[in-house]
Design a protein around this ligand. Structure first.
Ligand SMILES: CC(=O)SCCNC(=O)CCNC(=O)[C@H](O)C(C)(C)COP(=O)(O)OP(=O)(O)OC[C@H]1O[C@@H](n2cnc3c(N)ncnc32)[C@H](O)[C@@H]1OP(=O)(O)O
Length: 393
């Protein structure tokens, strides 16, 4: 590999602290304080950190958190959750992050990497595509009431003690976070950092899901509060309705915002007045990169349709380039002629089944060499349920 910047693994506590400081400063934030550092240090418990240095110190960094990803068909595979990417502002636009991205993709053993992007125009060139999307849901408590047929059943236990909240969140996300395609898990050290400074996080736990939320006083309110639901996983419709009923029953709350919800979670169907719900902030969630295309294609299951031959183009990791036959029984390399051709970023985008390949083709992102293959590819790749992650990192 020849790049103008040498990339190496960041090792030891002092170097990790410098890397995190650099990243936070790149996002216009503060260096970790002495008080925060132990938890921040602990958050590297399953991470590989890369850095680029010059004679002024560290100038670029990337963290690859060892994680897992739930695939169509239910398999859960190793995945690098890439975060804390930053280049010092006096060293940008000279290829530093390109060198680090390449080093990460060439060095990792995970077949898939995902990230959350600060900007929409950076990561496609490295082979990442938008594989899941989310939106926020706002509920007006004055109007929001479940109708009589909503499937409410089972008890909800409330946990208010922060030590117990910190202990339970990693366990609960482990249990429920990968139930849906696109779900991931994060390490205990990561959660310890995220929840370390929280003082008023509450947990509502049902046997098939949970909600983690805060209730904050409205600035101009007199005993008027707003609920912020940071995380909610409901693996059954009953868990969703029951958790919702519990949250709506909390006194003094005027509105609730549920962050980062699945785009097919239509809460109005559970309510008497559908106008109690407003959806907003529809955005990209998971950017996904197939690092090892043959392994990743073989790891998911496919729908029922005639097999299709895809030609994948990957300029950054050329070993991935080539033709693959994909059918109900799986996927493997083939010498047969290609029917559809697409770049690895668009394959990553379509991989979890968020949108049909025909939509990418209509946008000019898939070359259709044999039109008969397109409806078959749609049936092979699509899921009965929109993929969604729900865990921010
Ligand atoms: C997963 C995460 O952690 S998201 C957080 C990402 N970090 C940030 O947003 C912090 C602030 N920004 C930065 O630290 C840096 O500007 C980075 C990391 C975004 C880019 O680093 P750089 O070293 O400048 O990128 P590099 O020089 O390798 O550029 C690669 C290409 O991306 C383009 N590019 C880089 N940054 C941007 C940007 N912000 N917007 C659009 N294009 C960009 C470059 O123009 C270049 O294009 P080219 O290949 O066509 O010439």
């Amino acid at each position: 590999m020849s790049t103008p910047h040498e990339v190496r693994t960041v090792t030891g506590e002092a170097e990790l602290r410098a890397a995190l400081t650099l990243f936070r400063q790149c996002l216009h934030g503060e260096a970790p304080s002495d008080e925060d550092w132990p938890r921040a240090y602990g958050s590297f418990d399953r991470a590989t950190v890369l850095g680029t240095y010059d004679d002024t110190g560290i100038i670029g960094t990337l963290t690859a958190n060892g994680s897992v990803l739930a695939l169509p068909g239910g398999k859960v595979v190793p995945m690098d959750a890439v975060s804390r990417v930053g280049v010092r502002p006096d060293r940008t636009r000279r290829g530093v992050v390109s060198a680090i991205m390449r080093a990460h993709l060439e060095g990792t053993s995970a077949p898939i990497a995902t990230l959350r992007a600060t900007e929409g125009t950076i990561y496609r060139r490295f082979g990442y595509g938008v594989a899941t999307r989310f939106r926020s849901t706002e509920l007006n408590f004055a109007k929001a009431r479940l109708h009589d047929r909503a499937p409410v059943a089972g008890d909800v236990r409330l946990v208010q003690d922060m030590d117990e909240v910190r202990r339970l969140v990693p366990e609960l996300t482990q249990r429920f976070g990968t139930a849906r395609t696109g779900g991931i898990t994060m390490s205990e050290g990561y959660w310890n950092m995220v929840l370390g400074r929280e003082k008023t996080m509450r947990l509502a736990i049902h046997e098939d899901g949970f909600a983690a939320y805060k209730v904050v006083e409205l600035p101009d309110g007199h005993y008027a509060y707003e609920m912020k639901v940071r995380s909610m996983f409901a693996t059954t419709p009953t868990a969703l309705a029951t958790l919702l009923k519990f949250l709506l029953g909390i006194d003094l709350v005027r509105t609730a915002t549920f962050d980062g919800r699945p785009v097919d979670e239509d809460l109005e169907l559970l309510l008497v007045d559908p106008r109690a719900v407003t959806y907003k902030d529809f955005e990209d969630e998971t950017w996904l990169r197939l690092v090892d295309v043959p392994a990743a294609l073989a790891a998911r299951t496919y729908g029922d349709a005639e097999p299709v031959v895809l030609e994948v183009v990957d300029d950054l990791l050329p070993a991935n380039s080539g033709r693959y036959v994909i059918g109900p029984d799986g996927a493997e390399r083939t010498d047969r002629s290609a029917q559809l051709r697409l770049g690895v970023a668009d394959l990553g985008a379509a991989y979890l089944g968020d949108r049909p390949l025909s939509q990418y083709a209509a946008a000019g992102l898939v070359d259709v060499l044999d039109p008969a293959a397109l409806p078959a590819a749609d049936r092979l790749f699509l899921l009965d349920r929109t993929p969604w992650c729900g865990t921010y990192f």
